[in-house]
Ligand binder design. Structure first.
Ligand code: PLP
Length: 397
């Protein structure tokens, strides 16, 4: 029996393959230290848990509007207005089970077969997967170490053609932790306005910043109507398993995206949405504490990585990822690239990380090798994991 052709265009997140292998090794008695997973290791704050429990007790256990319950959309509209310095109405907000569906829905809503979509590479692998799935043409925009893992806006300009429909941005960036500067955003905004392009701005790490301040392209002149801001609760409030995120966009597009939600899942889990209201309107100390702890871990991991032979790591400004250049380490060990090094570390150092290749194919002319370390794990694990790596590299060369 044949499957539909379009399935051949759907990619995945390779991180899940590494995670499956980690679970298999752990089940067979290996003590693996994992830097592979991109989720906070903290518990969801107690006040948010209680709000979810209370909502179940009060029987908020039925269907709710596809775009999300009004008090949550109001809280989101206020939050986005306050943090992006724009005015937002609840009609411009669509709540979804995690921020990820916004990528899927927005690409379905905006991209016709043959339309070109520019996206960051390396980048969150779902962008390229869904661009291909909707019949769009993925156009990778290199994110380079030389440019502090920001976008080269001059190069970006060269990528725009009459077929370009949408640019995807992600700042702070997964997997590098890089951030777009105010000048980058200004340049990109000018390009988007000049060429009449949509921008999907994935701002899921907007609250996890250590140096500098967050800026959204939606705040710039002419941009709000053409920007979809993606944000959510998974990373900021350690709520990955609750599945709660949202998109903020012009009202007309929001109506269409809500219709996609109606067709797909009817609505986001109703009592989970009450947890979201508490997250945004309740005390924010847990966010500050978590970000402070991430900052201490960042400093620890960057210093540690830089002391391993063949590793060199820039200090990331945001998110909870370090992206060391491991080209020399691959050479020292006679390995062909980051994927081979990732496997070497998994089986010889009992340490799980993700290779550059989990975030898209190399850009033309890209010669360097990288690994992604998520430091959403304890300082103890960071120290031990780096010791294991150092030992495995020294014995292997
Ligand atoms: N965007 C980026 C860049 C991410 O790294 C992730 C999660 O890893 C998401 C979006 C989706 O997060 P969620 O669907 O859990 O809100």
């Amino acid at each position: 029996m044949k499957l539909a052709n379009r399935l051949h265009n759907l990619g995945t997140e390779n991180a899940f393959e590494v995670l499956n292998e980690v679970h298999r090794l752990q089940a067979s008695g290996h003590n693996i230290i994992s830097f592979a997973i991109g989720e906070p290791d903290f518990d969801t704050p107690e006040n948010i848990k209680q709000a979810g429990i209370q909502a179940i007790k009060e029987n908020y256990t039925h269907y709710s509007p596809s775009a999300g319950i009004l008090p949550l959309r109001e809280a989101i509209a206020n939050h986005i207005a306050g943090t992006r310095n724009i005015s937002v109405s609840p009609d411009e907000v669509v709540v979804t089970p995690g921020g990820k569906p916004i990528i899927y829905y927005v690409l379905h809503a905006l991209v016709n077969p043959g339309d070109e979509v520019i996206y960051p590479n390396p980048g969150f692998p779902i962008y390229e997967s869904v661009i291909r799935f909707v019949g769009g043409v993925p156009v990778p925009a290199p994110i380079l170490e030389d440019k502090d893992f920001s976008l080269d806006t001059e190069q970006l300009q060269q990528l725009i053609t009459p077929k370009t429909k949408l640019i995807i941005l992600n700042s702070p960036h997964n997997p590098t932790g890089g951030m777009l500067t105010a000048t980058d955003l200004k340049n990109i905004a000018q390009l988007a306005c000049r060429h009449d392009l949509w921008v999907l701005s994935d701002e899921i790490y907007s609250r996890i910043i250590y140096d500098g301040t967050f800026a959204s392209i939606s705040s710039l002149p002419g941009m709000q109507k053409r920007t979809i801001v993606l944000d959510g609760f998974s990373k900021t409030y350690a709520m990955t398993g609750w599945r709660l995120g949202y998109g903020v966009m012009n009202k007309k597009l929001a109506t269409h995206i809500a219709r996609l939600v109606t067709n797909c899942e009817s609505c986001t889990n109703t009592f989970v949405q009450y947890g979201g209201i508490e997250a945004l309107t309740g005390p924010q100390e847990s966010v500050t504490d978590m970000v402070n702890e991430f900052k201490a871990r960042r400093d620890l991991i960057v210093a540690g990585l830089n002391s391993i032979p063949g590793f060199s790591c820039k200090t990331p400004n945001g998110a909870f990822y370090a992206f060391p250049n491991v080209t020399e380490a691959c050479e020292l060990l006679g390995l062909s690239g980051s994927k081979a090094l990732q496997q070497y570390l998994l089986y010889n150092a009992n340490v799980a990380v993700l290779p550059r290749s989990a975030f898209g194919a190399k850009n033309t002319g890209e010669t360097q090798e990288y690994l992604r370390f998520s430091y959403a794990t304890s300082r103890d694990n960071i120290v031990k994991g780096l010791e294991h790596i150092e030992r495995a590299i020294r014995t292997g060369r």
